[in-house]
Design a protein around this ligand. Sequence first.
Ligand SMILES: [Ca+2]
Length: 411
Amino acid sequence: MKISLIILLLLSSCVQIKEEPTVEEEKEVVEETTEIKFYPPVETYPANTEFTPFFDGQTRISGIKTETEYTITILSEGLESPWGIDTLPNGILVVTEKSGTIRLIENGIVSNKINVTSNIETSGQGGLLDVLVSPDFDSSGILFFTLAEKTNQGSLTAVAKAKLSIDTQTISNFEIIYRATPYYSGNNHYGSRIVFDDEGNLFVSTGDRQSLETRPNAQKLDNGHGKILHIDIVGNALNTNPYYNDSNVHHEIYSIGHRNIQGLAIDPITGDLWANEMGPQGGDELNRIELGKNYGWPIISYGEEYSGSPVGEGIRSKDGLEQPVYYWDPVIAPAGMIFYNSNVIKEWENNLFISGLRGQHIARLLIKDNKVIGEERIAESEGQRFRDITVGIDGALYTITDSGRIYRIGK
Ligand SMILES: [Ca+2]
């Protein structure tokens, strides 16, 4: 049996080798290797700080321009403070609203509000935040969320899961599975995003809760502030986490030293986790996240305090602390981001798209060998604060804005 199977495999591989590419296939190869044109950097304003990059190409990289024709369409302006967007397997879009509701968008039509939970700190940067569709959604109806949970001790970033009914009218079985303790009275810098790794576990990002009191928590191991966490779908820390066997630590920690992360994405080719991070004045970052590493906040930063005084010692690098792959000064305030995992617009394949709040555009980044080699600003003329972005099953980008719009950007 085994030998005949091997012979069969050998035969079939021989047949494949002998196959000549068709004319059409050859044409495609030519198109794909078309040289990329580079332009001057997209940022033309002076930086806030006088830091120089740690390596060439770490900021203000060459500009690029999408050559494919695409359109930018407003599907609706009726969302109320939308924050997170994801795509159901059938192409329906699910959007969170900060007050604690979701909406479904099918063929551009926005559903009524569906209540998820009311136990939310909705002031400041709080709210029902990110949403993530479970890979087994078709059978389970499960959605994951991040939110600012409200209690009488203050608030914190939490991860929850809940079930959307088959008729898509109601949410049930809402359950918090993880809490980024401790609670704190402030209402800013909750992060947060949530993505699946390639084994079906969750990466979650948080923030440092903004105050000078909580900021040092980003460097401490006993809490969930200013971290990326790695948990399973019931909320347990993974035993591969770097401090899993230590006592008096937050076992869910994957990486530390983050200020406020509103963008996480998995590279579809390498499986690597990427995160963006809000800097203070100047110093927004893009990082490639590795297990157990320290990304530096608040010890190093390419930004400064809003007063103009330095952050800590005012240094941008230090041994043992990770350098960002890329940074922005002035800031774009990066929020949700995604790798374009469709082939509908070929030149966008595996590019990273970051929704910018203060920057009021979608940043398209071309990445090669873990370095940014090109940057484009998309939808800049819309004048919107872009909060999150997803790729639809039609290969278009769908993005939501603070003013309540949802856009389709694609062919
Ligand atoms: Ca950093």
